[in-house]
Design a protein around this ligand. Structure first.
Ligand code: HEM
Length: 450
């Protein structure tokens, strides 16, 4: 599709490969709209060497090993989430709200061992609003660059949310600086020796800008995945039953639910997460790319089309995830599509061994050198949250006026009319609301939580 005078959007697995697994392609200049006071960070570094250096520094903070060290903190935050469900005494809970608070608290701890305490207090609530506004701004400029010339930044920069957000991130860093380096195995302890901190204005230092992005990337995405997963389970009874049966027969107690072979054996859980990420990708837009300045004399070809230099190209994640060629009945939530005939889960990584159409077109974390570095954390956090919730509670759609919040509206135009789809609004990450669910404790299992 021709999206603009020099923009092309593709909808094929071949394009995904030709664009994202191609060393002569770089992120497009449109990403420069996301610079933070002119300072680049991992997300918008166009130069391959600059990006590689940052990735080598930041990657280890999110490795499987780091996740194992971080897991007790993750579990503590999940206990708070579960206790809040218990305290609600079966009154409706907005999962968007609860998951956003949880995910941001988790990433605050992961980044700097800092308690934002959003799950229990409102003191730092502006962090959530601040990131929403910042992402809305970047997304608007990337899609409609002329908006950046209207002087709107004057308004964005004056937003009290922006100011407060930046000052709390600064406070998180300075609080952490005052502690022993090894006290907490967090992002800071891993990157501190290698990220620049000496800028005259600290908010323009590499450590500050990378931290700001890290918190947004880790908080704003997993929360969408978790809220969407609750939405689809509450609307698809047979999936809910199958998954709760898997969790309740695999583990013997709620405390046993942690990373390891038992959790890895929960193939239906992984299939539900992958199906959620397919149906409602937290980053669902087009990740713009272009040919780098490197000249090798060869044309740049995407899915058989020669692309003129300077053209922005991309595969739209939402569109390819709903392309019938790869995903029959694309608007139906079917975790079974990720299972083998014998019911075993086929991890997308298995695509290397058993390529299937679905696996080659599944790209919620993007692919190639610029793909998401937080993928292990995203799977761990969403797996643990849903497994633990299903261990301690039964849940369903609430009754009354709030029951359909999050769904499309019957009769509405286009995608907004899809009642069985969790509605996401693209701001690079996603805005959403609901679902509102009620949670009933299972037997006396919740005594463990008190
Ligand atoms: C379900 C959850 C998540 C999804 C769907 C997701 C998706 C993505 C996508 C699509 C990109 C590529 C963006 C682009 O090309 O412009 C990306 C990059 C990135 N993500 Fe995630 N992400 C998730 C969770 C996380 C978490 C938990 C963290 C860290 C705590 C994280 C950190 C990053 C970083 C640092 C990058 C930049 C990587 C680079 O450019 O080398 N993400 N993510």
């Amino acid at each position: 599709m021709r999206y603009g005078p020099n923009r092309l959007i593709f909808n094929s697995a071949a394009a995904l490969r030709d664009i994202h697994q191609n060393p002569k392609v770089t992120k497009s200049r449109l990403y420069l709209f996301s610079l933070n006071d002119g300072v680049p960070f991992i997300f918008n570094s166009l130069d391959r060497i600059v990006h590689l250096r940052k990735r080598k520094i930041i990657g280890p903070a999110l490795s499987e090993r780091s996740m194992r060290l971080f897991e007790p903190t993750l579990a503590e935050q999940m206990d708070i989430f579960l206790k809040q469900l218990l305290a609600a005494h079966s009154s409706p809970i907005n999962l968007t709200e609860r998951c956003r608070r949880l995910a941001m608290d988790v990433v605050g701890h992961l980044a700097f061992g800092f308690p934002l305490d959003l799950q229990t207090k409102d003191e730092h609530y502006y962090v959530l609003s601040g990131f929403s506004i910042a992402n809305f701004r970047i997304n608007s400029y990337m899609n409609f660059p002329f908006l950046s010339k209207l002087g709107l930044d004057h308004l964005f920069n004056r937003s009290p949310f922006r100011r407060k957000l930046r000052s709390v991130v600064q406070k998180m860093i300075t609080t952490r600086l005052a502690q022993d380096r090894k006290e907490t195995p967090d992002f800071y302890s891993i990157v501190m020796d290698n990220l620049e901190t000496k800028s005259v204005n600290f908010q323009r230092s590499e450590l500050f800008t990378e931290s700001l992005f890290f918190i947004s990337a880790g908080g704003d995405t997993v929360s969408t995945a978790m809220a969407s997963l609750f939405f689809y389970l509450s609307r698809n009874k047979h999936c809910y039953n199958k998954l709760s049966n898997e969790i309740r027969t695999t583990f013997k107690s709620g405390n046993e639910i942690r990373s390891g072979p038992q959790l890895a054996r929960c193939g239906y859980l992984r299939a539900c997460i992958d199906e959620t990420l397919r149906m409602s990708p937290p980053i669902g837009g087009t990740l713009w790319r272009e040919q780098s300045n490197q000249e090798d004399g060869e044309p740049f070809v995407v899915d058989g089309h020669v692309i003129p230099r300077g053209t922005h190209v991309g595969v739209n994640i939402y569109s390819i995830h709903h392309n019938e060629k790869y995903f029959p009945e694309p608007f139906t939530f079917k975790p079974e599509r990720w299972l083998n005939r014998d019911g075993k889960q086929v991890a997308p990584e298995a695509a290397v061994v058993v390529p299937s159409d679905a696996q080659t077109a599944f790209t919620p974390f993007s692919v190639g050198a610029r793909s998401c570095v937080g993928k292990p954390m995203a799977y761990l956090e969403s797996s643990l949250l849903v497994a633990k919730t299903l261990w301690y509670f039964d849940f369903e759609k609430c009754r009354g006026s709030r029951s359909e919040i999050g769904s499309g509206k019957e009769g509405a135009r286009g995608g907004r009319g899809r009642v069985s789809e969790f509605q996401l609004y693209d701001v690079i990450t996603s805005r959403h609301d609901g679902p509102y669910l009620t949670f009933v404790p299972r037997g006396d299992y919740c005594e463990e939580l008190q």
